[in-house]
Design a protein around this ligand. Sequence first.
Ligand code: ATP
Length: 205
Amino acid sequence: MLTSVRLGLTGGIGSGKSTVAQLFAKMGAVVVDADAIARELTLPQGQAMPLIVATFGPAFTTLSGALDREKMRALIHTDASARQRLESIIHPMVALETERQAQVGVHAGCPCIVFDIPLLVESATWRQKVDHVLVVDCTPEVQISRVMTRSLLPRDAVEKIMSSQAGREQRLGAADSVIFNANLTLAQLGAEVHQISHRFGLSSK
Ligand code: ATP
């Protein structure tokens, strides 16, 4: 029987998850990116769009037929039932597509499938789907400064996103392994991922 380790990779905004995921990919892991899948579902022609339009109306689409993220964000910020309706459309589709991509890796004989899941700790469903939780940990100050630089967001906007995510303690409490990525250079981070990835059957090409 084909088996692969299912590694759940998570961390707060700006902690360095995507960077770590890329490093795992370099080591030969198949990376399944839940956020990228969710975004694709809501592009023009995205699989979720017909149901979104049927549920919320065409006012929540852009001219090109994609989800109007700003408008939807504003709605679900104040309307919990709208958030639930949106999630009940998107989440099952993300679950199916992540599993499909993972199975491609399993059948190709990949020893480790990395699931890049920003809200893994917040989701009981996701935690059950992975064998090992790897948390990329970081100090809040470094997270804020990275995201302000990368996304040109003001500090209070970054802090608001951080306060909507699990706190550092909660995330660390759910971790099987931790990479502390606050004061590492990118080269040091690469070396750390290199070392950890051997535990999951990966080796550099
Ligand atoms: P998000 O949740 O917003 O997607 P993330 O956790 O995936 O964020 P990354 O996109 O990997 O975080 O990293 C955020 C920024 O910080 C990127 O510009 C990345 O290049 C940089 N970065 C990450 N780790 C380091 C590091 N050790 N040294 C220098 N820069 C880093």
